[in-house]
Design a protein around this ligand. Structure first.
Ligand code: FAD
Length: 450
């Protein structure tokens, strides 16, 4: 049948694109279709404008525990290996210096201890004292009058690392490589509903387009994954809190590389960082901020009703929000992030925060990055009455799976794709081309994936 596929992937962000690549290159599945509601891949969270462009390896992200860092580092290697295999250096993957800095005695002590512990995972991790920082990342130390900032500052990081990625360009590359044979990508295909047929296949319908049927459906639709899952009766114990992230720019290359700051462990979202922008060339980007918004897509209209359906209003979500707001540090953080978005005053408040990274920054240099920023679909677990910070997979074990992928979902795209590939291959009784995975991604075995 012309419109029947072995696998249909819904959503051509970096997650769906990576899965499209994995299925078409690492398995013998013959017909895979990638369905995307917009005219091009990766225009939402996976766009180069809308995320922080960081390959999160866990070394400079102080919000990651030792165990999480180990896992993230391994996942990060997969997407980097993809880029190296296809020679995407300086096209999609970029080499910079990177570090996390500790400012003031308490953070300095924390960074020293963290550095010693994390060296076990990252043998190349280097400790930078204030004098070294002055040489390699001078604007972190220099005040506007040329003198040094008074507080003690240290860093832990690497002088050279392929740590930045334009995930949009990688998604485009993955799709170009995979659009061959009977495989197909269809843009402007907004999935309206998915219907389980009696024979085990699924019918996927979209307004103004012919329906498609598939033996397996993998939904990688970002914030809309839960929306589509719940419309089929799955994931009803979950809710979605869309947290938007915005950025600020300063002109020029004020930083040599990525500079992350120490995370307050109580805060649910990562602390701000600064780095050279890989898409807005010649600018230094600072952020992201974190603000809950009642919509599922940042700069598009028409998703507020979708938010109302998936937030999961009720006593469980009220309790989760109440618990968050009851903590004064979290409450202040939420309030401050709300202020950052107010055009007349936001910049002034953000300036105070940004000076932790570049103390010489002038208020008039800082501009709100209009049109930059995305949504992280954070998962609310109504049974546990908890805000979950990681990714979530809803498996039906009946030929349809839904992924929700907040940060670091872009970094984990190839790991998630391989994991989904294992499930799909098992379900369809297809075969994996392990030799090709070894050749391209340097992975002997996939047993470690979870
Ligand atoms: C401010 C911010 C900073 C971040 N920084 C980083 C970072 O530095 N590093 C990192 O690894 N991660 C980062 N993340 C997270 C990362 O951006 C996401 O995890 C990742 O982009 C998710 O990719 P995705 O393909 O799963 O979802 P998306 O990119 O959201 O793609 C989903 C796709 O599904 C399509 N779709 C939705 N509904 C339908 C439908 N009904 N029919 C058809 N198609 C549909 C959408 O149009 C879209 O193309 C950041 C996120 C934010 C918001």
């Amino acid at each position: 049948m012309k419109n029947h596929y072995d696998v249909a992937i819904i959503g051509a962000g970096i997650s769906g694109s990576a899965l499209f690549y994995a299925l078409t290159h690492y398995t013998d599945i013959k017909k895979v279709v990638l369905l995307e509601k917009y005219h091009a891949p990766a225009t939402l969270s996976s766009s180069g404008n809308n995320n922080s462009q960081t390959i999160h390896s866990g070394d400079i992200e102080t919000n990651y525990t030792f165990e999480k860092a180990k896992k993230v580092a391994r996942a990060a290697k997969l997407v980097s290996s993809y880029a190296f295999f296809h020679k995407l250096q300086n096209k999609s993957i970029f080499e910079y210096q990177k570090m996390a800095i500790g400012v003031g005695d308490k953070e300095v002590e924390f960074m020293k201890q963290r550095h010693e512990q994390f060296k076990e995972i990252y043998p190349d991790l280097e400790f930078f004292d204030k004098e070294t920082l002055k040489e390699i990342e001078p604007n972190v130390i220099k005040l506007a009058d040329g003198s040094d900032r008074p507080e003690n500052v240290v860093g832990s990081g690497m002088r050279k690392s392929f740590c930045a990625m334009n995930f949009n360009s990688v998604a485009n590359h993955m799709i170009e490589q995979s659009n061959f044979g009977e495989h197909k990508v269809i843009f402007n295909y907004k999935v309206k509903d998915i219907i389980e047929q009696g024979d085990g296949a699924y019918t996927i319908r979209a307004n103004g387009n012919s329906p498609i049927t598939a033996s397996f459906v993998l939904v990688d639709a970002g914030a809309h994954s839960l929306y589509l899952a719940q419309s089929m009766g799955y994931g009803l114990e979950l809710g979605c809190l869309p947290v938007s992230g915005s950025f600020y720019f300063i002109p020029g290359s004020k930083l040599q590389g990525k500079v992350y700051t120490v995370q307050n462990p109580k805060l649910p979202f990562a602390a701000i960082h600064g780095d050279p922008d890989v898409v807005a060339q010649g600018k230094t980007r600072l952020g992201p901020t974190a603000l809950a918004l009642p919509k599922l897509e940042r700069f598009k209209s028409g998703t507020t009703m979708d938010f109302l359906k998936v937030f999961g209003f009720g006593s469980a979500t009220t309790k989760i929000m109440w618990d968050l707001l009851s903590d004064s540090e979290i409450r202040n953080y939420i309030f401050r992030n709300f202020l950052y978005e107010i055009p007349s005053i936001g910049k002034k408040y953000f300036w105070e925060e940004a000076k932790k990274i570049i103390p010489s920054i002038r208020l008039d240099e800082l501009t709100y990055a209009e049109g930059f920023g995305g949504i992280r679909p954070q998962v609310l677990d109504k049974n546990k009455k908890k805000l979950e910070l990681g990714e979530k997979k809803i498996k039906s074990n009946k030929g349809i799976t839904f992924n929700m992928t907040p940060s670091p979902g872009a970094t984990s795209c190839m790991k998630n794709a391989l994991l989904d590939m294992l499930e799909i291959v098992d379900y369809l009784k297809a075969n994996i081309k392990y030799e090709k995975i070894k050749e391209e991604l340097n992975e002997e075995s996939l047993d470690w994936l979870e």
